[in-house]
Structure formats: C-alpha cells, structure tokens
Design a protein around this ligand. Structure first.
Ligand code: PLP
Length: 396
C-alpha cells in the first residue's frame, strides 16, 4: 500500500474510513443516506420481491423512519405501520390510498381542521363524496351512512370541546356496515386508547404532538390491520412523496422514550389545573374528561381506563375577544400557539385559529365563544402554571 503521498486528494478522501469497532452506539445513529447500494442485481431482485431485506431509496423507506414506526407499532399493538412527513400526510394517505371516485367517506363533525378541509374541499375534486356527523351519537352516524360509504374517520376526543366519541357503537356500526374504520388517535395516544385492539381497521397519529412532544418535528404515523390496506396506503404515500426526514424521525424516537412519563405528569397537571380553573371566579366553565362534571366523563373513563390526557378547555365569564386577548397578553409565559402536546403548556384560542373559518353562529353551535380557550398542559411544576394562569385571569 502507498502511504498516500503520491495519491490524488479525491482518492485519499474516498479511501479514508472509520475502523470497525467491537462496541456499538447506545443512541440510534442518524442515517441520512438517500440511496443504498446492493451488491448485485440478483440481490436487488430479491430486495424488491421480499426475499432479501435491505433499503433501496429513502423515499421508499429508511432506517430512522422504520425504527420509529416499529416503536409506535409496539405501543399501538400494530404491525407494519408507516411513518410519514406529517400527521396530515397520514390522514391524506389513508383516505386517498384507499378510496376512489364514487366512494363516500363519513367523518366526525369535529375532526381536526385540516382533515375537515380535506374532506369538504379536496376530496370532492377527486369524486369522493363526504359527509360529517356527530360521533358522540352513533345513531346520527348510522343515519349518515350511504350505500357508497367505504370509510368512517373519527377522533376519539374532539377538539376543542373534548367530547368523547361513542367508540364502542362506532366500531360495531363499521363492522355491521362493512366499512373501514379509521381512528385519528392523536389526542388519546396509545396509552389512552388502542384503536386496532378495540376493533378499528386503521390508527393514525400526528406524531408532531404528544408522541414526539417537543414542538420540534412534524411527523405522522398510520397503521392498518389489513396488510392489503397497509400496502395501498404505503404505495400512495411513497408515490406522492410523503417522506419523513431521518433527522426528524430520530428526534421523534428520542421523544418516545419519555412519552409515558411526560403524559403522566401532564395529566396530573391537567387534573389539578382543571380543578383550580373550575373554582376561579373569572372562569365560566371547564371541560376536562377526567372531571365528573364533563358530559362524557363515564364514557371517557370506560374507554381510556382513566388516561384522560393533557387537554383542558375553559371559557371566561366575559366571553369576548377583548377579554381573551387581555389574558393572553398578561401571561406571556403561556405561549399563545396553536399546537398541543409540547413539554411546555400552550394556549390556543379556537375562535381565532382552528375554528376561524366558521361563522360565529357555527362556533356557537359547537359551544366555542370568543372567550373559549384550549390548554395543552405541559410538565412544568404545577405552582408555576397556576401562578401564570392567576396572572392572566387577573387581567380579564
Ligand atoms: C395536529 C393534528 C393533525 C395533523 O398533524 P400534523 O402533524 O400537524 O400534520 C391531525 N389530527 C389531529 C387530531 C391533530 O391534532
């Protein structure tokens, strides 16, 4: 071997490599490679045909996405789930991978705002019919089925009024009607509800929220019970390029290790904060599924086994935007940010964000006034949180 003195720099750079060690990294390595080299054409054939295991091209799959998917699978009781570039990618791939022209989809009437937009504005362009019904009322769901209905899409806990869907009724209805039941499990998380175990066909997550938990990645996840459905969702997602980035998958994986601890602490805080808000003279009402005065408390208890989550909503006695704005401005340590599931508590004002597209009558019908707040409770010391809310409410 030459000592390299007479070699070209490019040759030297190409040849230089790390030594193989006998130890292994404890943290997952980030694997940014977009392409993978196969040793032969025969091997590549085997990779495509399933006889050999290996990656080819990152849009089709890469180790960080796959590892994250296996870990979420384990929590969801799923097999072969897929991680995608966002929660909306997961919702979109589920619907567009499985439905076609002439099919009908029935959604919950309080789905995530972009899911509703997809249904009402985009699916129609592809000849997919849409309607929505109240998922707390299984008879309303039944009445909205048509002979063309191929899928029902619901969330277990609605945003922002935190109503709890009649999941037992809807699972039975979907089976009876022979339609695919897809559940967006973002709010409930696999610790509160496991859609596939409960009899649903598909489970969906915005990993962006509680699972990753730090407001620094945008990712989604979907798993289907039926491998043919999973294949169709996978093929659609890969074709349209809903690829997750390796670095983001790595961050989400890191988040998962603390997810159960974070949820436990956040729920403890949510319970204490909801009880404190309920006694506060500036607060007209509090919605938290863990409280006995919540309209769906017993259903939430039965469905989630007491994992009521970290989301609390409340309404000011002065239900005006001016009062809400004074509270926001008086409490700058509570970020006014339209997301949920972060380690820190965030405040959302649905009338000016997620539900701004509705008329004020439409919002009123859902019980959302201009003084309505949704709180994603984080893991801060509870005294800090209560002090922040005390300061904010004093300005109302
Ligand atoms: C945030 C959210 C989504 C969309 O997820 P993104 O990761 O933001 O695309 C879908 N469903 C629910 C219930 C959500 O909260």
């Amino acid at each position: 071997m030459s000592d390299g003195r007479n070699e070209k720099p490019a040759t030297l750079v190409r040849r230089a490599a790390l030594r193989e060690g006998v130890s292994r990294p404890v943290a997952t390595p980030i694997q940014p490679s977009v392409v993978y080299a196969s040793p032969s054409i025969q091997t590549l054939h085997a990779q495509y045909e399933g006889g050999a295991y290996g990656y080819t091209y990152a849009r089709e799959g890469h180790p960080n996405a796959e590892l994250l998917a296996r870990k979420i699978d384990a929590m969801e009781g799923a097999e072969g789930g897929l991680v995608l570039g966002s929660g909306m990618a997961a919702v979109s791939a589920t619907i567009l991978g499985l439905l076609g022209q002439g099919d009908h989809i029935l959604g919950g009437n309080q789905l995530y705002g972009r899911s509703l937009r997809l249904m009402h504005q985009d699916l129609a362009r592809f000849g997919i019919e849409t309607s929505v019904a109240d998922p707390t009322d299984v008879e309303a769901m039944r009445a909205a089925l048509t002979p063309k209905t191929k899928m029902i899409l619901v969330e277990v806990i609605s945003n922002p009024t935190l109503r709890v869907a009649d999941m037992e009724g809807i699972v039975a209805l979907a089976k009876e009607a022979g339609v695919i039941l897809a559940v967006d499990n973002t709010f409930t998380t696999p610790l509160g509800y496991k859609p596939l175990d409960a009899g649903a066909d598909i489970t969906i997550h915005s990993v962006t929220k509680l699972l990753a938990g730090h407001s620094d990645v945008t990712l989604g996840y979907v798993a289907a019970q039926d491998p043919d459905n999973m294949r169709a969702i996978y093929d659609f997602a890969v074709t349209v390029g809903m690829t997750p980035a390796p670095q983001e998958c790595w961050l989400a994986e890191r988040g998962l290790y603390t997810f159960p601890l974070r949820l436990e602490k956040a729920q403890e805080n949510a319970t204490a904060l909801a009880d404190w808000l309920a006694e506060h003279p500036k607060v007209a009402r509090v919605l938290y599924p863990g409280r006995a005065d919540h309209p769906d408390h017993s259903r939430a208890a039965a469905l989630t086994g007491g994992v009521y989550g970290n989301m609390v909503s409340f309404e000011l006695i002065d239900p005006t935007e001016a009062a809400a704005d004074r509270m926001i401005q008086a409490a700058p340590d509570l970020p006014f940010a339209p997301t949920l599931g972060d380690v820190g508590t965030t405040l959302s004002h649905p009338a000016s964000s997620s539900h701004r597209g509705l008329t004020s009558e439409g919002r009123a019908a859902l019980g959302i006034s201009d003084g309505f707040f949704r709180v994603s409770v984080g893991i801060e010391p509870i005294e800090l949180l209560i002090a922040d809310f005390e300061t904010g409410l004093a300005a109302v």
